[in-house]
Design a protein around this ligand. Structure first.
Ligand SMILES: NC(=O)c1ccc[n+]([C@@H]2O[C@H](COP(=O)([O-])OP(=O)(O)OC[C@H]3O[C@@H](n4cnc5c(N)ncnc54)[C@H](OP(=O)(O)O)[C@@H]3O)[C@@H](O)[C@H]2O)c1
Length: 266
């Protein structure tokens, strides 16, 4: 399979780098991005730099479209002639629907809408996928198998993409905000900024692994840390009194409302 990428910035570069590491042997890679210097590192790893987007679209079996949403229409105009039935076009552009992709591409090739989160940049992504009707099940499975090497993949109807974006796409902002607050508390209690951050990072990673490995409900995992008359329950009581869970739920619902409004505006 030839995997091509148009727009190799943060997300395109990260996806290409991940697929370079994990795609089946014999896969070949090509790319075009507006600023050629951004491709230098990937070129050194075997990605062939082509002169324009159309050349990549002609060459690639799987074409990753990783430009900003506002640039999608122009790029599609440039490459539409190459997007024949045998090709797969996968777009990560936020808010760009399969219908918009079909209109811009001529609707012959298999279309994939994909929404990654930022941890995809370090190979620990969570991805949402929706496939066009022109995509066979076999092709969809091939794409999912490729991306499972880069993170956790969920297939869902496009109608759930706003919810996915509010919970998972925006998720790193909630988690980093919580981590930052914990670090600040650590510094307040006398730890250095550096050790606070290291400890909090390890805490969050450890809890994520524990949640993954344990069959117990998250509430039970929380209760297990709260000994009667201990110190944790006093901390947890403050979270409950101040509405920590409610704040997080409201944050996700607010982001979802904004996502739905943005879809209407698009
Ligand atoms: N980053 C994220 O966390 C994230 C999460 C979910 C979805 N996405 C989606 O991923 C897409 C890319 O986002 P990003 O954060 O990776 O942005 P980015 O770092 O700005 O990357 C976009 C790249 O596309 C290049 N480009 C622009 N116009 C082009 C054209 N006509 N032909 C070829 N290359 C062109 C840009 O070139 P220059 O270097 O010259 O500007 C840039 O390198 C967006 O659609 C976004 O919605 C991103």
């Amino acid at each position: 399979m030839v995997i091509g990428c148009i727009g190799c910035g943060n997300m395109g570069g990260a996806l290409l780098a991940g697929l370079l590491r994990s795609a089946p042997q014999g896969s070949r890679f090509c790319a075009y991005t507006r600023t050629p210097e951004r491709l230098a590192q990937l070129e050194a790893q075997g990605v062939r730099r082509l002169q324009n987007a159309l050349e990549v679209a002609k060459e690639a079996d799987l074409l990753l479209l990783c430009v900003k949403p506002a640039q999608v229409a122009a790029v599609l105009r440039e490459i539409a002639e190459a997007l024949t039935e045998d090709k797969v076009l996968l777009s990560v552009a936020a808010g760009i629907s399969l219908e918009v992709l079909a209109r811009g591409s001529g609707g012959r090739c298999c279309l994939v809408r994909c929404m990654p989160d930022t941890p995809a940049l370090v190979g620990k992504g969570v991805f949402a996928f929706a496939f066009s009707a022109s995509c066979s099940r076999e092709r969809a499975e091939t794409i999912l198998a490729l991306f499972r090497n880069l993170g956790l993949c969920f297939e869902m109807p496009e109608s759930q993409f706003a919810a996915f974006s509010a919970l998972i796409g925006a998720g790193p902002a909630y988690v980093f905000a919580m981590m930052q607050a914990l670090c600040q508390a650590g510094v307040t209690l006398g730890f250095s900024h550096e050790s606070s951050r290291k400890m909090v990072q390890a805490l969050v990673e450890g809890c994520a692994v524990m949640a993954e490995k344990s069959p117990e409900h998250l509430a039970r995992l929380k209760d297990n840390v709260c000994s009667p008359h201990g110190l944790t329950i006093d901390g947890v009581n403050v979270l409950d009194r101040r509405g920590f869970s409610g704040i997080l739920i409201d944050a996700v619902l607010a982001a979802n409302a904004r996502g739905l409004a943005m879809e209407k505006e698009a």
